[in-house]
Design a protein. Structure first.
Length: 493
C-alpha cells in the first residue's frame, strides 16, 4: 500500500502494535537517543517510538518526533507495503527476466505475474500538503526575523561529543546541471544556525558528483531536502540503486502508486508533495565548513572535516508535521534492518550478473560495508575469487572491507555457521586475497582517507585445481530417517 502521509504510516504501526507513545517531555539532546538505543537493541528491534513532547533547549516543541519506525523486519515490510521483503525481491526477479511487452496480451500477462510498472513514473501536481505552511527567508540572506527556522524543528543531538544537532533522515534532492538527471540521497546535515547546515555528501556519492559539475560551471547549486512523507521514498534514498536509476521511479514502483511531485517555492526542483517538511536552498560551490564530530554507524565518532554548506531560502511544511529521525551507533540499530531489506530486494540483480550466487548477508557487526557473507554453487576452481572481484566492482559494494564466500549449504544469515566454515575450511595464506580499492569515507581505520585495502576469504570446499591434493572431507550430517524416528520418539514422551 501507499501511505498518504508519514502520520498515516505511524497510525498503521500503532494499529499493528508496533508503536509506543511517550507522552512525557524528553530532551532532544541525548535523552531521545538513549531511549531509542535501548529500544533498538531489544529483541527484534523493539518498537517504533513517537515522542509526543520533545524538549528543545528546555521548551516543549509542538512537533512530535518519530524514531525507529523501520527498525524491525516487520516494520520494514510495513513501510514498503508488503507482507515480507520476499514479495519485492520476487517482483524484482520477474522484471529482470521479463521482456518488454509487444502488445496488450503480453502486457496483461506481465500484470498477472505481479509486474506493475504503471505507477513507477511520477505525477506532477500544482500543490500539496507539504506547502500548507510556507516560510520564506527574505532576501535569502539568513533566518533573521523569520517566523520559523531550523531552530523550531526538534532535531536531535545524538551522542555526547557530537558537534551539534544533526538531521539524520533527510532525503536530499539534487539534479545534474548537464543531463537534468535527478538524484535523491541521504546525507546527514549538521545544523549551524536557523538557516545554515552542513551537507555531508562524500566524494563517492552522486550528490557530490552533481556538486562538482556546478563547481566547474561556477554556478550556485539548488538543493531541496524533504523529511517525512511516505517511508518508501526514504527507503529509496538509502537503497543502493544502480547509477542512473531514479529513486523517485523506484519509490513509485515499490508503493505501486505514482509519487506526486510539486515544484519548490524558491528553487527549481520538484519534491514529493506528501512530505512533512521541505527545506529549500542552495550550496555555493567552493564554500566549505568544518562538520562533526558525529557518532556514526561505525560505532565510533567520525572526526571533524570540511563539507559543503547548505543555505536555506525557505521552509515549507504540513500544518501538523511529524519530524522523522534515526540514530546510528554500535549495532544493532535501525539502519541494520534498512540495509538488510536492500540486500534482499536487490539480490536478484546480483544473481543476474552472477547466477551462482545463492544468498548474501551483511551482518550487523560489519556495519554495512565492513563485512559481506555470500554463498555460491561452486562448480570450478577459483570461482569464489571471481565472485569477490565481481562484487567489488558493483556500485557501493566497492566499499566492502571483507568478503567471505561459502558453499551453498551454509546459511549466511547465521554468523556462527559462517564463522565455523571460515575456521574449518581455510588455510589463511592459500585462501585469502588483498586488493586496493576505494573505501568508505567514514572508515577511521584507513591510513589514507577513502583509500585502502580489502580482503577476500574463500571458505568454500577446495577442489583439486585449487592446489588441494586430498579428498575434501564430508560434513557431519545425521541420517534423515533417524531424525524422523527420533522426532516421533520425543513426541510420544
Amino acid at each position: 500500500m501507499a501511505y498518504a502521509s508519514f502520520s498515516q504510516f505511524l497510525t498503521a504501526l500503532e494499529n499493528a502494535g508496533e508503536l509506543k507513545r511517550i507522552g512525557v517531555p524528553v530532551a532532544t539532546e541525548l535523552e531521545i537517543t538513549e531511549i531509542a538505543d535501548r529500544e533498538m537493541k531489544s529483541p527484534g528491534g523493539g518498537k517504533a517510538l513517537l515522542i509526543e513532547k520533545p524538549s528543545l533547549d528546555g521548551r516543549v516543541s509542538p512537533i512530535p518526533v518519530a524514531i525507529n519506525t523501520m527498525g524491525s523486519r516487520r516494520r520494514m515490510a510495513m513501510a514498503l507495503g508488503v507482507g515480507s521483503m520476499d514479495e519485492l525481491a520476487h517482483q524484482m526477479q520477474l522484471i529482470l527476466k521479463a521482456k518488454p511487452p509487444t502488445g496488450l496480451r503480453e502486457a496483461w500477462t506481465l500484470l498477472r505475474q505481479g509486474i506493475d510498472l504503471l505507477h513507477a513514473r511520477p505525477r506532477r501536481v500544482s500543490d500539496g500538503p507539504c506547502k500548507e505552511v510556507v516560510h520564506r527567508f527574505e532576501g535569502h540572506a539568513g533566518s533573521e526575523g523569520a517566523a520559523f527556522t531550523l531552530d523550531n524543528i526538534p532535531v536531535l543531538k545524538c551522542w555526547p561529543r557530537d558537534g551539534g544537532r544533526f538531521i539524520t533522515l533527510p532525503n536530499v534532492h539534487t539534479r545534474d546541471p548537464e543531463t537534468g538527471e535527478r538524484n535523491v540521497g541521504m546525507y546527514r546535515m549538521q545544523i549551524y544556525d536557523g538557516a545554515t547546515t552542513a551537507m555531508h555528501w562524500q566524494v563517492h556519492k552522486v550528490g557530490a558528483r552533481h556538486g562538482k559539475r556546478y563547481y566547474e560551471r561556477n554556478e550556485r547549486m539548488p538543493v531541496a531536502v524533504t523529511l517525512g512523507g511516505d517511508p518508501a521514498m526514504t527507503f529509496a534514498a538509502t537503497a543502493p540503486l544502480p547509477d542512473g536509476l531514479d529513486e523517485v521511479l523506484f519509490a513509485g514502483f515499490v508503493r505501486k502508486k505514482s509519487i506526486d511531485l510539486v515544484k519548490c517555492e524558491t528553487v527549481d526542483l520538484e519534491v514529493p508533495a506528501d512530505a512533512d517538511f521541505v527545506l529549500e536552498g542552495y550550496v555555493q560551490p567552493g564554500e566549505m565548513r568544518a562538520e562533526g564530530p558525529f557518532g556514526d554507524h561505525t560505532g565510533f565518532y567520525t572526526p571533524v572535516d570540511d563539507y559543503p554548506v547548505f543555505h536555506l531560502t525557505a521552509i515549507t511544511h504540513r500544518k501538523e508535521p511529524v519530524y522523522p529521525a534515526t540514530i546510528v551507533g554500535i549495532p544493532p540499530m535501525e539502519d541494520f534492518y534498512m540495509g538488510s531489506a536492500s540486500v534482499q530486494i536487490f539480490l536478484p540483480v546480483f544473481r543476474m550478473n552472477f547466477p551462482e550466487i545463492v544468498d548474501m548477508a551483511l551482518p550487523a557487526e560489519g556495519v554495512f560495508h565492513n563485512l559481506v557473507f555470500v554463498s555460491i554453487r561452486k562448480q570450478y576452481p577459483w570461482q569464489a575469487y571471481k565472485i569477490m572481484h565481481g562484487l567489488w566492482g558493483m556500485g557501493q559494494m566497492m566499499f566492502s572491507k571483507y568478503i567471505i564466500v561459502v558453499d551453498e549449504d551454509c546459511d549466511v544469515h547465521n554468523t556462527s555457521e559462517v564463522l565455523f566454515r571460515l575456521c574449518a575450511n581455510t588455510d589463511p595464506q592459500r585462501d585469502s586475497t588483498f586488493i586496493k580499492n576505494p573505501c568508505d569515507a567514514l572508515d577511521h581505520a584507513q591510513t589514507t582517507p577513502t583509500i585502502g585495502s580489502h580482503m577476500g576469504i574463500d571458505a568454500t570446499r577446495k577442489l583439486s585445481g585449487e592446489g588441494y591434493p586430498r579428498l575434501w572431507p564430508e560434513l557431519l550430517k545425521m541420517d534423515p530417517a533417524v531424525k524422523e524416528r527420533v522426532d516421533e520418539i520425543l513426541k510420544s514422551r
